[in-house]
Ligand binder design. Structure first.
Ligand code: GTP
Ligand code: MG
Length: 211
């Protein structure tokens, strides 16, 4: 799959102000500063699409982008056609510098959106590949399970690690998840800098949008 066009549509403070759910939607979430906006820009080949910042907590609203993609080499049964879908950049969870009430408000906004958005096809949960398993990520993923929301994991910023460190952290994370999950989710490793993982993630999105 290739992305032909990516257009910013709207930033909504709550679920009910988001655009009409008239096409498939793929959302990106993860802790503040994990690289959500960077990954979105990398996937869309557009460095200016989603706002990137070295200050955590930059993305504070539900940001919708309209994507037009094509499928140049379809597998059997897949259309070659042009597709339109929504890509969503969500605010980060667990940002310690905000007050408890602000964090609670964000969490409520995110939970509402995730549980009520009827066209949501998949949530990519981004996890920083530089760290040991973090409780906030495990808790968030377990909540997705409780809410029965389909998700996959993207380990970000792998360009910052030696390969052995990425492997160690990814393995530890999946091992931690296997305490709670019988089946492990699909996962990817990525770098916004080197574009590692781009093709795999786009092909996976294409597959999701084909159903
Ligand atoms: P919030 O919107 O604040 O929650 O952050 P975010 O998850 O959208 O992260 P963002 O994309 O703004 O990136 C945060 C910082 O990490 C920025 O300084 C990015 O340049 C850096 N960054 C993101 N992805 C990568 C990556 O793959 N490699 C490297 N080296 N840096 C990255
Ligand atoms: Mg962001």
């Amino acid at each position: 799959m290739e992305i032909k066009q990516a257009t910013y549509i709207i930033s909504s403070p709550s679920f009910d102000q988001a655009p009409k759910p008239d096409r498939p939607e793929i959302a990106f979430i993860g802790r503040s500063n994990v690289g959500k906006s960077s990954l979105i820009n990398m996937l869309c080949n557009n460095r200016k699409l989603a706002k990137i910042s070295s200050t955590p907590g930059k993305t504070q609203l539900i940001n919708h982008f309209e994507i037009i993609s094509t499928n140049p080499s379809p597998q059997r049964g897949e259309g070659k056609g042009v597709r339109s879908w929504y890509l969503v950049d969500l605010p980060g969870y667990g940002f310690a510098k905000h007050s408890q009430s602000t964090r609670r408000r964000w969490e409520q906004m995110i939970e509402n959106y995730l549980r009520k958005r009827e066209n949501l096809v998949n949530v990519f949960v981004l996890v920083d590949s530089r760290h040991d398993p973090q409780q906030a990520d495990i808790d968030f993923i377990n909540n997705l399970g409780k809410w029965q929301i389909p998700f996959s994991i993207v380990f970000t910023k792998v360009d910052k690690n030696k390969e052995s460190v990425t492997t160690k952290n990814v393995t530890a994370f999946l091992q931690e998840l296997s305490k709670f999950w019988e089946q492990l989710p699909t996962h990817f490793v990525s770098s916004a800098l080197t574009k590692q993982g781009r093709k795999e993630i786009l092909d996976f999105i294409n597959e999701l949008n084909s159903h």
